[in-house]
Write a protein of this length. Structure first.
Length: 208
């Protein structure tokens, strides 16, 4: 049995501006993704909670950057979902500026988890997130969520297609990995958690 080193994990604070972020020290891993791809469900599954990150059927409802604390030196960060159609343009721009600032200035950020619905093609907004990671020299784990909705063969085909898209020459120096994932069945849970723990220097520990 494996110890879940992302548990316990507690809510620390929510911020709408950089001045309210916690001190830029220690290490943190951020989660960001298009609305309704299962980002909150992924956070809950990896940390072992039912509702640490709140899920919503309303795209773009989360407008804040939410910080969760694992210990005094490590955090998980839930960034606002993107791709919301009903949010005013000015609000979208404000969120975009905050996220860009976070990527470019946050020295404690060690890795990004990017959930993408395995049933959908990669979007321009997903590509923008990958570009942020490339510019910031930040490693990224692309979680191909909702893999339980496809057969194993179709899921493998989709994963191969995603890999080809991300290995486009424009992302030549991007450090990335792909993982099929299901918050329902737990597919890919251990592998994804192990990567997050590695970035945070909290390696999974096996115990009898």
């Amino acid at each position: 049995m494996s110890k879940n080193n992302l548990h316990p994990c507690v809510y620390l604070l929510s911020a709408t501006r950089p001045a309210d972020w916690p001190a830029d020290e220690g290490a943190e891993v951020a989660f960001v993704g298009r609305s309704n791809v299962g980002k909150s469900s992924a956070i809950n599954r990896l940390t072992g909670y039912r509702s640490l990150a709140r899920t919503s059927k309303i795209p773009g409802r989360t407008q804040q950057i939410i910080f969760f604390e694992l210990n005094a030196a490590t955090r998980l960060v839930d960034l606002p979902g993107y791709g919301y159609a009903k949010v005013p343009f000015a609000v979208k721009q404000k969120w975009k500026q905050h996220i860009e600032t976070y990527f470019s200035e946050r020295e404690s950020l060690k890795g990004l988890v990017l959930p993408v619905d395995i049933r959908r093609p990669i979007t321009d907004l997903d590509r923008q997130m990958l570009q942020y990671c490339l510019d910031a020299r930040l490693p990224v784990l692309v979680l191909l969520t909702k893999a339980d909705k496809l057969t194993r063969n179709h899921a493998n085909q989709a994963m191969f297609k995603f890999k080809n898209q991300i290995t486009d020459p424009v992302y030549g120096k991007l450090e990335f990995s792909l993982q099929q994932f299901s918050a329902v069945t737990g597919l890919g849970e251990q592998q994804a958690r192990a990567q997050v723990c590695k970035w945070l220097d909290l390696a999974e520990v096996d115990r009898d």
